[in-house]
Write a protein that binds this ligand. Structure first.
Ligand code: VJV
Ligand code: CA
Ligand code: ZN
Length: 373
């Protein structure tokens, strides 16, 4: 395992934003992650950078001027007026006009754009932005807790230098915003693993595989409740290995949404921290420039554990770190065991019961075999 140059983007202000009382999305988990990363003494093993905040102009590389203008001036007080007397840009309770929403978005997007630049200029092998990964945001609309699509902006930055970019999404939800943005191009392959069936956002069947030049360049892996580490690995590895073979990406962007972990408040999978992090380990060993982004994850202590462990994986020091958590500012949140672990639970894996996972994998591999060499 060779050493890699890791760039880690973090803005100390990000943890103070709040979507509002009772909202499941908690930016504070980014701060908890950072504190744990710091407590494990990982900060001096990588380049820790504060991202330049994304400007309205840079955001319009993907979003419309009207939408960015709206987001830049909306406040909790004016939200109703702006929402109902004009075009609908926000989506009800999922996407409230919280205090500082634009600043939060500029931190998240700024991190992913900076990460992409760090990779393209050759200064890093792996770049991390746990405040990114907000995959549902659309060109002219907020959706599913996401306002600005930092991922699309980051990939557009990579495309200025690289011919082909691979996007992989292991969040429990479908990566619809990123898929849609690159649906008709063969320069970006998108691959989302997600729960499908009576679940937000409702898209991501295997029939949806890209259009025109982009046909077969959108890969969807729809899953059922309760997938375990072993079953996930048995679909992730062959599908991603095949993509690497036929697509030969110049860079990989991995959305590490942590709502695919066992026990997540909104998720319905049964991955352990190790099973989730295996995706990071698998991609790191390919020796292709890699960007790691955050995303969903609603049981915050498990999000912090997993993204901390995945930061260690990026550094290649995961086998050296103590399973007992070091003292940190949020230590009491990690009781009663105070360990760096997310164990599986006893839910049934509906993917293996009826052989549906084998069919899904076979369909994805069949699709990929149609990509010209
Ligand atoms: O299922 C939905 C949409 C509704 C309408 C709005 N109500 C609140 C919920 C049902 C149909 N939205 C999902 C969005 C999930 C977004 C996931 C984002 C990511 O992880 O993929 C990437 C960051 C949803 N599921 C659960 C909730 N919304 C939810 C929203 C709340 C809430 C409780 C649950 C918003 C406010 C409050 N409670 C107070
Ligand atoms: Ca996904
Ligand atoms: Zn999600």
């Amino acid at each position: 395992m060779s050493k890699k140059r890791v760039a880690y983007y973090y803005d100390g202000d990000v943890g103070a934003f709040t979507y509002g009382l009772g909202h499941p999305m908690k930016p504070h988990r980014i701060r908890m992650t950072h504190d744990l990363v710091s407590a494990y003494d990982m900060l001096d093993k990588m380049h820790v950078l504060r991202p330049k905040r994304a400007t309205p102009e840079t955001m319009t590389a993907f979003h419309t001027d009207e939408y960015i203008h709206f987001l830049n001036r909306v406040t909790p007080e004016t939200a109703e007026e702006l929402t109902y007397h004009g075009t609908r840009f926000l989506m009800g309770e999922d996407n409230p006009a919280f205090e500082g929403v634009f600043e939060f978005c500029s931190i998240s997007a700024g991190g992913s754009i900076s990460a992409a630049q760090r990779i393209t200029c050759g200064a890093a092998d792996i770049a991390i932005n746990w405040a990114g990964g907000l995959h549902h945001a659309k060109k002219r609309e907020a959706s599913g807790f996401c306002y600005i699509n930092d991922i699309v902006l980051g990939i557009l930055e990579l495309l200025r230098t690289y011919p082909r970019v691979l996007y992989i999404d292991i969040d429990c939800h479908h990566g619809d915003g990123v898929e849609e943005a690159f649906y008709t191009t063969d320069r970006v392959m998108t691959c989302s693993f997600h729960k499908f069936g009576e679940y937000f956002p409702g898209t991501g069947t295997q029939e949806d595989r890209g259009r025109d030049k982009g046909r077969n360049y959108a890969v969807n892996v729809p899953l059922k409740d309760g997938i375990t580490d072993e079953a996930f690995k048995n679909v992730f590895e062959p599908v991603i290995a095949k993509i690497l073979e036929v697509f030969r990406p110049s860079a990989v962007v991995l959305q590490c949404g942590a709502d695919s972990l066992a026990g997540d408040k909104l998720g319905c999978f049964n991955l352990t921290m190790q099973g989730h992090a295996h995706c990071v380990q698998f991609l790191r060993q390919q020796n292709i420039p890699l960007i790691l982004l955050g995303g969903g994850g609603y049981t915050t202590k498990n999000v912090a554990r997993t993204w901390t462990y995945e930061t260690a994986c990026a550094l290649g020091i995961e086998n050296e770190i103590d399973q007992n958590l070091p003292w940190n500012e949020y230590f009491e949140w990690f009781g009663p065991r105070y360990r760096l672990e997310v164990p599986e639970n006893n839910m049934e894996d509906l993917n293996v019961k009826d052989g549906s996972l084998d069919k899904v994998r076979a369909t994805a591999l069949q699709q990929l075999s149609q990509i010209p060499c």
